[in-house]
Design a protein around this ligand. Sequence first.
Ligand code: GAP
Length: 522
Amino acid sequence: MSKDSNAQRMEKIVSLCKRRGFVFQSSEIYGGLNGFWDYGPMGVELKRNLKDFWWRRNVRERDDMVGMDGSIIMNRAVWKASGHEETFSDPMVDCLLTKVRFRADQVPPQSGTIFYFSGAKSSISSWTSDKAFSVLLKKGDNVERARKVARQFYAQSSPEGAATDLATVELLNERTEDATDTTKFNPENGAQLTEPRDFNLMFKSHAGPLESEDNKVYLRPETAQAIFVNFRNVLDTSRKKLPFGIAQVGKAFRNEINPRNYTFRSREFEQMEIEYFCRAEDGLALTDYWLEQRLKFYEDIGIPRAKIHVVDIPDGDRAFYSKKTYDLEYEFPFGISELEGIAYRTDYDLSAHIAASGKPLDYFDQEKNEKFVPHVVEPSAGVDRTTLALICEAFEEETVTDDNGKSEIRTVLHFHPRMAPVKVGIFPLLKNKPELVAKAREIVEQLRPHMMVQYDEVGAIGRRYRRQDEIGTPFCVTVDFDTIGENGPEKADTVTLRHRDSMQQERMSISGLKAWLLEQVN
Ligand code: GAP
């Protein structure tokens, strides 16, 4: 697919998400807040289905896993010991003209001519500036553009500031130099960027009424640390033997420099993390085991293996303590980007907390009469990124032609029934026929305790199908005159079951409906 059509596809997805209640901008009525999103009635169901299935697969269906739910705010000592306070930062650069901030590693390499100036002075007053400044002019651009950007930069520090008449700013000692693939200039206006500075991504707050350094706390940037610091508690209370894992799903917060690509890089998001503790000699093999488990999981929620790119992170690019890391990337319309990381973190985390807390977070193997610090393999996935991948994977606009030869575009979300926010739409054929309405309501009540259903009696049946297609409902049930026995007893208590993807319809007895649907959606 071309770049443009990918961008268009993404725009359509964003628009559908808003229109049908999947995702809204946070605080929208006040202009939103960059990097924060709200999930609407459909989005919350989709996200919940994802988290519930992850929990079921990784906790309830396994003997070697238990769950926990840690607090978002923990003792600051946790983040000192884990290294986050010192090193959880991104290098950032600021545009000297607009002050817009970029992640240094995301500034695209650019080529052209650099215009250097040693300073500027006013032609009508005694004001001068001796700050050096430079602008990158791309090939083919008018040189006056570079000078205008430089004048705007110097005008900011003149007594009149931005109101300065640019014609009165005289640039000093202009010289030029060709540059190839430089990352030192703002890609939007060519202005010089600051040198990279580290910016810690943890949100800060204070616990208690005093806003002092002693009361400083962080909103957790990952759920993992709560698992490490509870290792002893969980081990003692669950009596698990190695290898075993602890799973957690919860919010994490990162003050990202450039939130972008819709919900993909947000400042508030959710993670689904496993810390799988093992003996050192099993670490590498278990990393491969978890890679396979996780690929199977994505397949089981409707994201095919072919769409997931497994990147084996080479030596040197991994965290220094990791002996193996796989990134799982998905083909989003905006590019192939990370969904999940699977890292063999050795005994780094537990050892760091043992050293800092002085508490025994080790393991005693009774059979071998051996005490040691377990190693850990960490599959760490993003709820929001997987939700977005589910929507991107499911989205399709297809041309359908009706019996009269009329074509129209059908927008459909082909969610796996397991993930679909609504499992079944239930319609009476006509809303003004009480027997049809009563029967449809009866079916709603029968199914409601077992799955998310939606009752709809408004508009033509075709329109009602389209509405369900747009939110990805895999099945629709229509109660018609056959159902209420008006066309003979043999079809009484049967309904029309319509399949979203094939649009095929079949008759099914009401008594068999629940069992059949449960089989499809579980
Ligand atoms: N405990 C390891 C850890 O947190 P990570 O690669 O930084 O590792 C794991 O994060 C996952 O969390 C990512 O693969 C991604 O799915 C999700 N994630 C991280 N930062 C995110 C952000 N700013 N917005 C949305 N999801 C994010």
